[in-house]
Ligand binder design. Sequence first.
Ligand code: PLP
Length: 431
Amino acid sequence: MNYPGRPRLFKFFARRSLSRTFAAMIRINENYTKLKASYLFSDIAKRVSAYVAANPSKPVIRLGIGDVTEPLPPVCLEALHAATDEMGRRATFKGYGPEQGYAFLREAIAQHDYAARGCKIEADEVFVSDGSKCDCGNIQEIFAQDVRLAIPDPVYPVYVDTNVMAGRTGASVDGRYQGITYLESTPANGYVPSVPSVATDLIYLCFPNNPTGAVATRAQLQAWVTYARQHKAVILFDSAYEAYIRNPEIPHSIYEIEGAREVAIEFRSFSKTAGFTGTRCAYTVVPKSLVAYDAAGNAHPLHALWTRRHTTKFNGVAYPIQKAAAAIYTDAGKQQTSELINFYLANAKLIRDAMTKLGFACIGGDNAPYIWVNTGRDSWEFFDLLLNRAQVVCTPGAGFGKCGEGHVRISAFNSRENVETALARIAAALK
Ligand code: PLP
């Protein structure tokens, strides 16, 4: 039967069930849609694969991605084998370990990485993890949603992307996310940004820097600590490459700076120190004297928050891996890791000298495994030039931030033979 009220009634029910359908629908975290379409290294991989497919007879040398090439130091390997055997015997088998790390490793870190440099860091302020990437990415969740961010440009992309995912930024406009104070590192400031003129709350610093290889002096770091104290801010200090510092005047840790225990968290990794990129071990230091505030202005120790986060969401690094990491603090371990780093630094010197000779202004490579080359032209164009004419892969600076434009990063992580061949090819291609 047809009557006038029916279509309206139908529409009403249809609309109601449609809105119910929407309300019940699984939804994504839309902050992910703000992220730039692709990750730098997947873009590079695509261009390199296309080149290799088109030119199978021309072998490519990769001085792009920051992954180590040399095997683990023998002390680490021995410790790994011995600890694996322990896991195979009932008397020495280990199940779940302490989430924050075994005491033997935390104590070795506190003693050798901190006490030996005059820093007061207790073993229970050290949180062992499976990587600095995870730690740098996860740490932001213990801070309020509306903290004001200060992030260097260029820099390791994880700091920006994890805050975008968490919804702390607006959209990306012209290569910059709204809501971030970018700390510009340019030739004008020697690639070490000064403190900003505005107040910020959560400050990321990375020295020796990835990608520029720049290091910060004691006075420069002191200015950051003073700024953080003035603004009741927190510094997240990523020193994944501290073991590459050879200049005795340059601090290895933010805790070498007076007052840093009250304002800084530090990230360190065994990845580049001892070749652990595939083995996975790192640590984060959260001093007990470091606080942040609730909306009412009450102070809360961040050590307690990070302990809660770490013990809730992480179940510890494998025992054999922690044993292997602890082995680097023995006399033999110190000697072997130092030789490993000297090897990469010798590569870095070759690269920096060769690029300088070709007329490019360069920094890095002396206290870091990266050389930052000012190419004076579009960084992807320079990348393509090296790939097509020299079959050498570098990393375009634009992928690390707007200020990276005009630069490329060349990494010292490779065999001596590959570095020498790559440099000879670059010299011939750019003649
Ligand atoms: N921090 C910086 C500055 C890095 O360059 C890297 C790796 O390239 C990491 C952290 C990640 O280190 P991990 O291997 O411990 O995750």
